[in-house]
Design a protein. Sequence first.
Length: 134
Amino acid sequence: MTFDQAVALQPAWVGYWLNWLLFGAFVLPAALLIWRQSRIAGIATIIASVAGGFAVNWLFGRMGYVKLLGLPHVILWTPLAYYLFIQMRRADMPAWPKRIIAVVLATILISLAFDYADVLRYALGERTPLAKPA
């Protein structure tokens, strides 16, 4: 089973969320490259998101669709969220990059809420795959 097939077996909102996550954490940060003040934030977000995406796919290939798939986000996005929060509050940051960072940060924080809960549940023994092949 592929990752897309596993997601298709989940409630529809999971697919919608993953589509938003793709936009909010991978595509939207590219807009931060426009302004000098937000370029590093954009690059850091893109790198962390791409690395997290590869790590999630690697884990999926090893373990299937389990709650531990949130671990790469926990590891990579927790410090990124703190960094983005600091960048958003900079006095020299123009208004539009602040708005973009706010949307990216909100997206990452919502994802982290799910990811922390899932990783904790996995650590506490909930290891049943979320999607099983038919």
